[in-house]
Design a binder for this molecule. Structure first.
Ligand SMILES: [Zn+2]
Length: 307
């Protein structure tokens, strides 16, 4: 587990260091994240902190228990995963029995239940009974990508820890922050941009219902243009790096990137920047937008071919 990743998870790392320093721990944790791989990684890290007989530090290689956990060979750690989309009662009963018979090598006994929202009702009931048993050194770690689907009586017995989403959505959150628009508004802007790119005549004739019904003040126009700017930047990113920074490889932007040269995309970026500045002056919005649409078309096809 590398340090940088944990730094992006301030809540998790705070809890982990608290456990590590004081041994204070609750009986059940529920890790919530949007990414299965992250959940696997962090639940294992969490387990190591709870089980490692030393004070756990990154990549503990001193102890044989941590290295066995890394390789999946530590038999005290029980992991339950759904089978065919469900976790059944028998699994939970097997788990309880194994804890009653087994000797304890680590600091705590830990079990992980992945996709805990997939417990069926009778499995959930036996798990609740298990959680209520006064067995001080058995700790549960549950993971889910869908907190709302987890049965309430289980959630209420857990310390819920939400993981930061480090990956794909970050870029899109930036778009929201920069533009001050919500996801729905941003999608309207993108659709309008794709209409302009595909068929500027249609974009001009439908300018009202596709765009101006939603963005009718100068502030909103400015916001929408910042989205267009980021979309062109991402077309450029995709052209050069085959990867987007803001829009998670959105198909419409990919198409712009594939069909146009670097030179043309750069011209469009500076054209949009110019027009964002023009917005400072008092302009007639319809006329302004029509000119932008025509301008984008002229950059795409070359001015001379138009007449
Ligand atoms: Zn260790």
């Amino acid at each position: 587990m590398n340090e940088v990743v944990i730094e992006k998870q301030p809540i998790l790392s705070r809890i982990l260091s608290k456990i590590n320093n004081s041994l204070s721990s609750v009986q059940a944790y529920l890790l919530v994240g949007s990414n299965e791989e992250d959940l696997k990684k962090y639940s294992l890290l969490f387990t190591k902190v709870l089980v490692c007989p030393n004070k756990y530090s990154d990549n503990c290689s001193k102890c044989n228990i941590c290295s066995r956990m890394s390789s999946g060979n530590f038999s005290e750690l029980k992991i339950i995963e759904p089978l065919n989309g469900v976790i059944k009662k028998e699994e939970i009963i097997k788990l309880r029995n194994s804890f009653q018979t087994q000797s304890v090598e680590g600091k705590n006994q830990v079990y992980i239940i992945r996709d805990v929202e997939l417990l069926n009702l009778s499995a959930a009931n036996s798990l609740l009974k298990f959680l209520e048993e006064p067995d001080s050194n058995t700790i549960a770690i549950f993971t889910t990508t869908n907190l709302n689907a987890v049965i309430n009586t289980i959630t209420s017995r857990c310390q819920v820890i939400k993981l930061n989403n480090n990956n794909i959505n970050n870029g899109f959150d930036l778009v929201k922050n920069i533009s001050n628009l919500d996801e729905e508004q941003i999608n309207i802007v993108l659709e309008f941009l794709f209409t302009i790119e595909n068929n500027e005549v249609r974009a001009i004739s439908k300018i009202k219902e596709l765009f101006m019904d939603y963005f009718d003040t100068k502030e909103l126009l400015k916001s929408s243009f910042s989205v267009i700017l980021l979309a062109y930047k991402d077309a450029l990113n995709y052209k050069i790096f085959e990867n987007m920074e803001y829009f998670n490889n959105e198909t419409g932007i990919k198409n712009i990137s594939k069909n146009q040269s670097i030179d043309i995309i750069i011209k469009k970026i500076s054209f949009i920047l110019e027009n964002i500045q023009k917005l400072e002056y008092n302009v007639n919005i319809t006329l302004f937008l029509s000119n932008v649409i025509i301008g984008i078309g002229e950059i795409t096809y070359g001015k001379s071919n138009r007449n």
